[in-house]
Design a binder for this molecule. Structure first.
Ligand code: HEM
Length: 512
């Protein structure tokens, strides 16, 4: 990684000035950073832009403008970074921190100072982080495993019926049901009954409403938002009201019925900070529950959907992954916790899907003090940029000229070890990286394993990947045809599998 260079007179760390929004204030040499041609006065870079796909538009522009570029929309200018050297420099926690801006800041009305949307200086971030982090320890994860298997069973019951009827399965819809039920059951002891419903649970509809609204806020000039989005804003307020009521009922039910065997909600309600003895306030618990229900399922659902898309498109990869599942799990009806981490090839498939389509496709970083990014771009304290992960994950200098090609062997242990750090960042970086990473990886690997063991997947020959954006990414209208596989071959003893492993725990070791 480039040696860090700081300007003389760098400011101290701490809360940043309020209202520090536009790139003009944070990038003294902004003029050196390219922007799209045909910039319009007042409006900015709006020609040829589709407001429904800001991430994919930015990916296209990235290819034209290079590793750092800027876009302007209605007076607000944003800097995007995706070159590996620049992104690695931004991962330096001594000089950069999470920036709560754009889409994330737009979620503050619903998630407030919950973990995901908290400003770095808000005391509730550290409090909640310290209280909730043990909820993602190995021990806690082992406790969730049986519930994850049981929710996956509801998915396969449903898919068995669809298969028997010869119907296509709705992949994003069913993955969303699965991941919502998983986080609701493991985290909060709650059952939304998603698989028993024809339409999405109203919680999901309200959640998608708030995510879409948060994204739309970026596509109109902020002073005009109340006018242009009046109706949408009313609907958003109703959605937030619904989310709050759902969560309040869930919390009230827990208070009535008692403990939930040490799940996340128990931790939120009962655990005091180990050092200060402080507890989360009722208001903060509400925000954390919403945060976890939303962050805990939308992104994992997308990750599973993209992985299934690629598995169906690449029968050779699917066959290799299914053979691994048969070999490692044998005939055991329900794999144990440790048997999931042993699916090393399948984990590579998941990583490769998250490389091409990281479902949380950007994260923002701000300078803690005056500094120079990658030795070339001066930044003032508070200046910030978006790391555009799908392009970082396709930087040809790291991933080669065929970076757009799906190839799980890029994550073979030796290849992963040979790559520079901070080049694969689907879960963000530093202190504010994803707290649910192990949860998501365990759940997704388990579910993919269960599905590959049970079905052969057939892609719809007419399907062309279309990616929907609502802060997260999802393959739109992806459907697959299933065929029940022959019974799995006889189990192979663990000792026989040692030659097939590529070293390093697939759940704990991605190389950065
Ligand atoms: C494939 C699935 C997932 C992906 C790709 C993902 C991605 C991310 C990313 C990129 C961030 C950092 C955002 C930023 O810097 O602004 C983040 C933060 C977070 N994620 Fe995830 N996530 C996933 C699953 C989960 C799950 C399953 C949970 C909960 C069970 C979760 C809870 C959170 C929370 C609470 C934060 C905020 C952490 C903090 O700032 O302290 N995520 N996630």
């Amino acid at each position: 990684m480039a040696e860090t260079v700081t300007q003389p007179g760098a400011g101290a760390d701490g809360p940043l000035p309020k209202g520090f929004r536009g790139a003009e204030q944070g990038w003294p040499e902004l003029h050196r950073i390219p922007h799209p041609p045909r910039r319009l006065p007042l409006l900015g870079d709006v020609l040829g832009v589709d407001r429904r796909t800001p991430v994919q538009d930015s990916m296209r522009l990235a290819g034209q403008l290079g590793p750092v570029f800027r876009r302007k929309a209605f007076g607000n200018e944003f800097v995007f970074v995706w070159g590996a050297a620049l992104a690695a420099d931004m991962a330096d926690e001594s000089r950069f921190a999470k920036h709560v801006g754009l889409g994330v800041a737009n979620l503050r009305p619903v998630a407030g100072d919950g973990l995901f949307t908290a400003y770095n200086h808000e005391p509730n971030w550290q409090l909640a982080h310290d209280v909730l982090a043990p909820g993602f320890s190995r021990e806690a994860m082992e406790g969730y495993h049986a519930m994850m298997v049981s929710v996956a069973g509801r998915l396969t019951d449903h898919w068995d019926r669809e298969e028997a009827a010869g119907r296509w399965v709705d992949v994003p819809g069913d993955m969303t049901k699965l991941t919502l039920e998983t986080i609701a059951r493991t985290g909060f002891g709650h059952d939304f009954g998603s698989f028993e419903r024809d339409r999405p649970h109203p919680f999901v509809t309200a959640m998608i409403g708030t995510l879409t609204y948060a994204q739309r806020l970026n596509s109109v000039p902020s002073p005009l938002a109340p006018l242009l989005l009046r109706q949408a804003s009313r609907r958003n307020a109703a959605d937030i009201g619904f989310l709050n009521r759902t969560v309040d009922e869930l919390v009230a039910e827990r208070r009535r019925t008692g403990r939930g065997e040490g799940d996340l909600l128990d931790r939120m309600l009962e655990t005091a900070h180990p050092e200060t003895g402080e507890r989360l306030s009722a208001e903060n618990v509400r925000r954390q529950v919403i945060t976890f229900l939303v962050a805990g399922h939308e992104t994992t659902s997308g990750a599973l959907s993209f992985a299934l898309h690629y598995l169906a498109l690449h029968p050779g990869v699917a066959a290799r992954a299914a053979a691994e599942v048969d070999r490692v799990w044998g005939d055991t009806p329900a794999p144990g916790y440790d048997q999931v981490a042993k699916l090393r090839y399948l984990r590579r498939v998941l990583d490769e899907s998250l490389r091409l389509w990281p479902t949380a496709p950007a994260f923002a970083r701000e300078a803690r003090r005056d500094t120079v990014l990658a030795g070339d771009h001066p930044m003032r304290r508070g200046g910030w940029a978006l790391v555009l992960t799908p392009m970082l994950h396709r930087d040809p200098e790291v991933w080669g000229p065929d970076a757009d090609r799906f190839d799980p062997d890029r994550f073979e242990a030796k290849a992963a070890r040979g790559r520079a750090p901070h080049t694969f960042k689907p879960f963000g970086t530093g202190a504010r990286a994803c707290i649910g990473r192990q949860f998501a990886l365990h759940e997704a690997t388990l579910v993919l394993g269960l599905l590959l063991r049970r079905y052969d997947l057939t892609a719809d020959p007419g399907y062309r990947l279309t990616v929907t954006e609502r802060l997260t990414l999802m393959p739109e209208k992806l459907r697959l045809r299933l065929e029940r596989r022959r019974p799995a071959p006889a189990p192979v003893r663990v000792a026989d599998m040692s030659g097939s492993a590529d070293g390093g725990c697939p759940v704990h070791g991605t190389g950065d």
